[in-house]
Design a protein around this ligand. Structure first.
Ligand code: XMP
Length: 325
């Protein structure tokens, strides 16, 4: 029978066999797959592993810092933190079309990845958090047909853009390729990943950039991060995190009139998006207690400067999508 302990033990052996004395690069995203992967590889090959985290500037409040801190302090795994916030923001300056935003962010990700891997390298291997469903779905041509063959690989990221340039070649290390998501969670838990990573809601690769409709600016990012943080806090406080498939805030690039004290305000509205779902293909808006909505609304309007109105999205999928862009 399958146990997490035997899985960990056997993967470590296999990784050591495959990698030998050579170097491996891993791009951390903050999710359970890449975190579990990092832990296994570090256990197997120690400082032959380089973990890199590319901060695009579109993560939720405190998440980049927490991820790096967790790896340093709890796991003693060094992470190369790449602050690429300005260059990602510059790439989408003035861009309002959702698909164009995604495309530009995806391409910038590849560029940063390439530069950093050259700077930190050379590496023989790239570690990827490929899971069993990815393997059967894609019948992936990037997987070497002969052991040890070097191929140009696609970076598995949430960015649906092409692969690395042909001159940047890696062999792949994919120790999770026989696992389903729930098994990765079990392994993650057994090696001490905190629940906030093990059970983390899905988060889109372009992150908050597609939760600000229209133009993304650093002012809008700050506002959305703060509003989103309130949503997160209140949901956790009520112990409701696991009731949702996703729970987040969206910023609309329009202004409406409000009043605070004896002052007229003219500021952004925030949309609350709380949904339940099995797989993200369909979703239902969540019937949450009015009290929760009230608390979230009051806190956002009182605490987040630049917001004077909160609305609740009561559209299911279909016909709505979960994200607003
Ligand atoms: P929609 O909005 O299409 O989302 O109902 C379905 C699921 O996919 C996630 N999503 C994305 N994930 N890159 C990603 O990695 C993206 O560009 C992207 N767009 C949507 C969304 O969060 C939901 O879980």
């Amino acid at each position: 029978t399958w146990t997490t302990a035997t899985f960990v033990e056997e993967s470590i052996k296999e990784i050591r066999n495959q990698v030998g004395e050579r170097r491996v690069l891993l791009a951390l995203s903050g999710g359970v797959d890449s975190s579990t992967l990092a832990f296994l590889l570090h256990k197997a090959i120690g400082d032959q592993l380089t973990c890199m985290f590319i901060d695009q500037g579109f993560m939720r409040k405190y998440e980049p810092e927490r991820l790096v801190k967790l790896f340093h302090e709890q796991f003693h795994i060094p992470v190369v933190y790449v602050n690429a916030r300005d260059r990602f923001l510059a790439q989408i300056d003035g861009i309002t079309d959702p698909e164009e935003k995604r495309k530009r962010i995806g391409h910038e990700f590849i560029r940063v990845f390439e530069e950093e891997s050259k700077r930190l390298g050379p590496f023989d291997f790239l570690a990827q958090g490929t899971l069993y469903p990815d393997v059967i779905e894609s019948a992936d041509t990037s997987i070497p047909s002969q052991p040890g063959q070097r191929v140009a690989v696609k970076i598995k990221s949430h960015h649906n853009v092409g692969g690395l340039p042909d001159d940047l070649c890696f062999k792949l290390v994919e120790p999770l390729r026989k696992l389903f998501k729930d098994e990765v969670r079990k392994v993650g838990r057994s090696i001490g990943l905190p629940e906030e990573i093990v059970q983390r809601h899905p988060f889109p690769g372009p992150g908050l950039a597609i939760r600000i409709l229209g133009e993304v600016t650093s002012e809008r990012l700050d506002i959305l991060r703060d509003a989103d943080y309130v949503v997160r806090q209140e949901i956790n406080r009520q112990g409701l995190y696991h009731d949702f498939w996703q729970a987040f805030a969206v910023l609309l690039p329009i202004r409406s009139v409000g009043v605070m004290g004896d002052q007229r305000t003219y500021a952004y509205p925030i949309v609350l998006r709380l949904v339940s779902s099995e797989d993200g293909m369909t979703a239902d808006w969540s019937r949450v207690p009015y009290d929760l909505l009230e608390t979230i609304s009051n806190r956002i309007v009182n605490e987040v400067r630049g917001v004077n109105r909160v609305v609740y999205d009561i559209t299911s999928k279909p016909p709505g999508t979960i994200e607003w862009e």
